[in-house]
Design a protein around this ligand. Structure first.
Ligand SMILES: [Zn+2]
Length: 115
């Protein structure tokens, strides 16, 4: 390993989503990433891990609901880009305040891929 390797930032620039497609039944989304990866993630998973202030207590980081209470057939009815760093979704229950950063989306895609 050269000295140059050791001074490079440990973490490379995080990949971002280059294409997002809502499935016809709106229950899952296909995401394509700038590093060539592609994932399918359930709308339910996104709704379960919504990071907004209504879903996660600001001070404790505690979720305000049990994730099992989100119906299995939760849909996403709209996807909107937020700047160049995130996506926001309107879910079937009309919840739409969550901002899903690339990092969060990638984590959810990898941890809980849609079957
Ligand atoms: Zn929320």
């Amino acid at each position: 390993m050269s000295l140059w390797d050791s001074v490079k930032p440990a973490k490379q620039k995080a990949p971002h989503v280059t294409n997002v497609e809502l499935a016809a039944d709106q229950k899952s989304l296909s995401l394509v990433w700038s590093d060539g990866a592609s994932h399918r993630v359930a709308a339910r998973t996104l709704r379960q891990f919504c990071p907004c202030a209504g879903c996660v207590e600001e001070w404790t980081g505690k979720r305000t609901f049990e994730i099992d209470t989100i119906p299995a057939d939760m849909k996403a009815i709209e996807v909107v880009p937020v700047g160049n760093y995130a996506l926001s979704f309107t879910f079937g229950d009309l919840h739409r305040t969550g901002i899903f950063t690339w990092e969060l989306l990638r984590e959810l895609c990898e941890r809980t891929p849609a079957s």
